[in-house]
Design a protein around this ligand. Structure first.
Ligand SMILES: CC(C)(COP(=O)(O)OP(=O)(O)OC[C@H]1O[C@@H](n2cnc3c(N)ncnc32)[C@H](O)[C@@H]1OP(=O)(O)O)[C@@H](O)C(=O)NCCC(=O)NCCS
Length: 159
C-alpha cells in the first residue's frame, strides 16, 4: 500500500491503539529494545508525552512520541525528547516519518530557540540518516545506552 501524503491522517494516539502500537514497536525494534506493553501504556497516559499515529486507509502505518523534560535552568529553553518514531517496513521511505515529526513539532507548540534531543543506537544507520535529514546533529556517544550493552548517539536539534 502506498499512502500519498494527502491520504495520510495524523492523529493523537489513544489507549485503544495500544495493542497495535506494541505490535508495530516489536516489528521496528529488537526484543529487549522494543517497549513492553506497560511502558507504551505509560507513554500514552503521560501528560508530558505527545504520541501521534499516522494512518493510511484506516491502518496505522507508524507512530511517534515526544516528551518534555523540565528545563534545568530558568533561562534554558524547554528540551523536548523525541522518544521514538516507528514506521512499518512496508510504509518506509514514503515520508511517513517526516510527516510524524513535523506534526509533533506543530502540535507541541515548540518554538524557535527550543532544543530537542534523541538517542539512536549506533548500529542503526538508517535512523541516523533520517534524523540528520531532519536537522539533528550528532553530539556524544553514550556508552551502553540500550540493554546496558549497545551504545547510542545523542543527537540535538535547535529549532
Ligand atoms: C527511521 C524511520 C522512522 C524512518 O521513517 P520513514 O518514514 O521511512 O522516513 P521518511 O520516508 O520520512 O524519510 C525521510 C528522509 O530521511 C532519510 N532516510 C529515511 N530512512 C533512511 C534510511 N533507511 N537510510 C538513509 N536515509 C534515510 C532520507 O533522506 C529520507 O528522504 P528520501 O526518502 O526522500 O530520500 C523508519 O525507518 C523506522 O521506523 N525504522 C525502525 C525504527 C527506528 O529505527 N526508529 C528510529 C530510532 S528511535
Amino acid at each position: 500500500m502506498q499512502p500519498d501524503s494527502a491520504a495520510l491522517v495524523v492523529r493523537p494516539a489513544v489507549l485503544d491503539d495500544l495493542a497495535e502500537l506494541v505490535k508495530i514497536d516489536s516489528i521496528c525494534f529488537a526484543a529487549g529494545i522494543a517497549y513492553p506493553d506497560n511502558e507504551l501504556a505509560a507513554l500514552l497516559k503521560s501528560r508530558s508525552v505527545l504520541t501521534l499515529v499516522a494512518e493510511a486507509s484506516g491502518r496505522i502505518a507508524g507512530f511517534a512520541a515526544m516528551g518534555f523534560l523540565p528545563s534545568t535552568a530558568p533561562s534554558q529553553s524547554i528540551l523536548g525528547e523525541l522518544v521514538t518514531i516507528d514506521v512499518l517496513p512496508e510504509f518506509r521511505r514514503q515520508h511517513v516519518g517526516l510527516r510524524l515529526h513535523q506534526a509533533l513539532l506543530e502540535r507541541t507548540g515548540l518554538k524557535h530557540g527550543d532544543r530537542l534531543q534523541l538517542h539512536v543506537a549506533v548500529n542503526n544507520p538508517g535512523a541516523f540518516e533520517f534524523y540528520r535529514r531532519l536537522g539533528y546533529k550528532r553530539r556524544e556517544r553514550v556508552p551502553r545506552y540500550y540493554l546496558d550493552a549497545l551504545d547510542a548517539w545523542r543527537m540535538e536539534k535547535l529549532l
